[in-house]
Write a protein that binds this ligand. Structure first.
Ligand SMILES: Cc1cc2nc3c(=O)[nH]c(=O)nc-3n(C[C@H](O)[C@H](O)[C@H](O)COP(=O)(O)OP(=O)(O)OC[C@H]3O[C@@H](n4cnc5c(N)ncnc54)[C@H](O)[C@@H]3O)c2cc1C
Length: 476
């Protein structure tokens, strides 16, 4: 595959990098060339490079500019929109070997790391200093900080702690021509014109290659209380959410829902018979996490939550609920929610990550299910998500007997209906996964023509030759 690239370019790469840092053929070439989203696009990398220093990243960018070779920046490849996929002989630039945590400063509560450090490694480094990096999602063990910044990852704690965007204090970015920008860093206040740092957050590798980041840290909660509840209906989900948030003294840090079908798929996926945490299942299951301000309030918060659930059972908002009595049980309850993506993976789901105004969540879900039943009656439709943020992950599962290509053709035919409903309900076609290849045709459902033109102008200013992740976000 590498043979389509100019030989002078490949020779120059070989001279800049060690032999084990350039992959020109074999399984590894494809391994690094795509993310977790398998769509109807080719996976066609030209070459993969794994630089070990920022200087090497800069040299690669300069070579790519000189030879007009496109670059796909690649992190942990856990992305869900095809944004880290090489589709036309590009150079895949993996940040995997730039994975050092450089420093943690407890006074300024800042952590500095290279882009290839995983989100989990950052969380662990912060925890070693009694601090926390609160962006948290199921792929944290593989997802890089660079990738999570490039996708502005959200996750399960957005309700309380916000998206990645709120935790990035500074960035080091290599531009397409090889120049290194240091943007922000240790300053808390810096009102000196446009905040370029924010442009790179969520840019999906189209504006620059993030090589390092300075992240803000927080004091971790004194403790958490985790509960799982079965609810009789979609409507009950928002009813319970309102009651929890209205209860003085309860700090809700996560409010996640998943329907009965998601629960069944987790049971199916687990190799050993799982102990069922609830006696009764509902149309929706809700995972609730509360933060404690100090350990001393655990008992009182526990009692308050029990009383709230008892009242909710009486009012037919809740069918059954369980509250974790220790850390191990809390992890077990969380796993029912966190294992959903992995459990659906074998069914090669067609996914949509959408955001809605909170009050529109239930009306939207009702119409979406009816639309799927009418158009795709043989296809199972499952929904889960960060419902406290109005963020739903919609999944259409491929029936085992249906060939992948046919499945994709049918679900893509349904996409305009689904995204049309999102638009009608005032939602966004991407809540937290980004646009990539998967949703570029629907960008205009959420952003106006003028906004898209301005975004294209920004892209042109940073990357005039169009070498950084071409074809992602925008239709060519
Ligand atoms: C099981 C599972 C659960 C998930 N849960 C969530 C969730 O709850 N919330 C959420 O928001 N996401 C979630 N995701 C999606 C995914 O994990 C995130 O989008 C993650 O932030 C991607 O990071 P990555 O390092 O894997 O990036 P990749 O997939 O490698 O790349 C993603 C994009 O970032 C670009 N990129 C990567 N590294 C850099 C860099 N250093 N510089 C510039 N551009 C770069 C790529 O070109 C691509 O456009 C989940 C994924 C899985 C598989």
């Amino acid at each position: 595959m590498g043979s389509d690239l100019p030989s002078a370019f490949v020779d120059a790469l070989r001279s800049q990098l060690g032999p084990e840092d350039v992959i020109e053929s074999g399984d590894d070439l494809r391994y690094y060339a795509s993310d977790r989203c398998k769509g109807d696009w080719p996976v066609a990398p030209g070459i993969v490079v794994l630089p070990r220093s920022v200087e090497q990243v800069r040299a690669i960018a300069r070579l790519c500019t000189a030879h007009r070779v496109a670059i796909v920046p690649s992190g942990g490849r856990t992305g869900l929109t095809g944004a880290a996929t090489a589709i036309a002989g590009e150079l895949v630039l993996s940040l995997a070997r730039l994975d050092r945590i450089e420093s943690v400063d407890p006074v300024s509560r800042l952590l500095h790391c290279q882009a290839g450090a995983t989100v989990q490694a950052v969380q662990e480094a912060a925890a070693a200093h009694g601090l926390s990096y609160p962006v948290d999602f199921a792929a944290k063990g593989s997802a890089h900080i660079g990738g999570s910044i490039a996708t502005n990852a959200g996750g399960v704690k957005v309700l309380r702690h916000g998206l990645t965007r709120e935790w990035v204090s500074g960035l080091d970015v290599v531009l397409a021509d090889g120049e290194l920008l240091h943007i922000g860093g240790e300053l808390v206040k810096n009102n000196t014109g446009y905040d370029l740092r924010q442009l790179f957050i969520g840019s999906e590798g189209t504006l620059g290659i993030i090589v390092a980041a300075t992240l803000s840290l927080d004091r971790p909660p004194a403790g958490t209380l985790v509960a799982l509840a079965a609810l009789p209906s979609d409507d009950a989900v928002l009813g319970l959410f309102e009651r929890l948030r209205a209860s003085a003294g309860l700090v809700v840090s996560a409010f996640e829902c998943f329907d009965r079908g998601c629960y069944a798929r987790v049971v199916e996926h687990r190799s050993r018979a799982a102990t069922q945490p609830l006696e009764q299942l509902g149309a929706q299951q809700v995972l609730v996490e509360l933060e404690l301000r100090d350990e001393g309030e655990r008992e009182a918060v526990h009692e308050q939550l029990v009383a709230l659930f008892e009242q909710a059972v009486e009012d037919e908002l809740v069918l059954d609920a369980t509250i974790a009595h220790n850390e191990a049980r809390a992890r077990e309850l969380w796993a029912w929610r966190e294992d959903i993506s992995e459990s659906l993976h074998p069914h090669t789901p067609h996914k949509a990550d959408i955001a809605l105004p909170i009050r529109q969540v239930v009306p939207f879900m009702t119409r979406w299910r009816a639309a799927v039943a009418a158009a795709l009656p043989d296809i199972e439709a499952l929904a889960f998500g960060h419902v406290g943020d109005g963020n739903l992950h919609l999944n259409l599962l491929r029936p085992a007997a249906l060939a992948h290509a046919e499945f994709l053709a049918r679900v893509h035919e349904f996409d305009p209906t689904m995204y049309g409903l999102v638009r009608e309900h005032g939602g966004s076609v991407s809540a937290e996964h980004g646009i990539g290849l998967l949703k570029r045709d629907y960008l205009g459902h959420t952003r106006s023509a003028r906004e898209i033109a301005l975004m294209r102008a920004i892209k042109q200013a940073f990357d005039p030759l169009g070498l950084l992740n071409p074809g992602k976000i925008f239709t060519p």
